[in-house]
Design a protein around this ligand. Structure first.
Ligand SMILES: [Fe+2]
Length: 191
């Protein structure tokens, strides 16, 4: 089995476990679309595609196993352990670790390699495909009410829009951010 398939299987198993912090849904609704974007970006922009896909599958593993807080740090540890077990080369493990460590919006300025930038970008783009996932997290995991969840969705997507790095993704998402502003912007609310 290829390393990418091995890692996908590992992530799927962690999501299926009863101890998964957010159940199985993130596998279908976040991991899969996020990896598809990572592949598309790496086809377009280059980078080590194997490293990018391995890191894309593993980027939120810390969140599944230990919860969202500090999941970039917990994820690095889980990823290294698994990749060593799979005999993945040390130089590639280091790059995967950097991709996971720096994938969050708060780490925007720390990314050096194309691989790190692509993984972070795929994560940002996939948010625009999963607006229901942002609502789900707000309602189910943060106990927010409808008004708060609506604001959360709008603020998050505006924030994500500003985090886009590549011109091609900005062009691609322009109609989506416009639609978000129409649907969720302040002027659209009668409240
Ligand atoms: Fe993610």
């Amino acid at each position: 089995m290829s390393i990418v398939k091995e890692v996908k299987k590992f992530v799927k198993e962690k999501c299926q476990k009863p101890t998964s912090k957010y159940g199985f849904e993130p596998f279908e609704c976040h991991f899969k679309p996020m990896v598809r974007w990572a592949k598309r970006l790496s086809n377009e922009l280059g980078g080590d595609q194997e490293v990018i896909l391995v890191a894309a599958w593993l980027h939120d593993i810390g969140s599944i196993v230990d919860g969202r807080e500090n999941h970039h740090l917990t994820g690095v540890k889980i990823a290294r352990k698994k990749l060593v077990e799979l005999d993945y080369p040390e130089n590639k493990i280091r790059l995967v670790e950097k991709c996971i460590l720096n994938h969050r919006g708060s780490q925007n300025n720390k990314r050096e390699s194309l691989e790190e930038k692509i993984v972070a970008e795929a994560d940002v783009i996939s948010n625009f495909d999963e607006i229901e996932g942002i609502f789900w997290y707000s309602f189910v995991h943060e106990n927010k009410n409808q008004k708060e969840a609506r604001k959360e969705v709008f603020d998050k997507l505006e924030r994500k829009w500003k985090q886009l790095h590549f011109a091609s993704s900005k062009k691609l998402l322009k109609p989506k951010i416009k639609a978000v502003r129409v649907l969720f912007g302040k002027n659209q609310s009668h409240r």
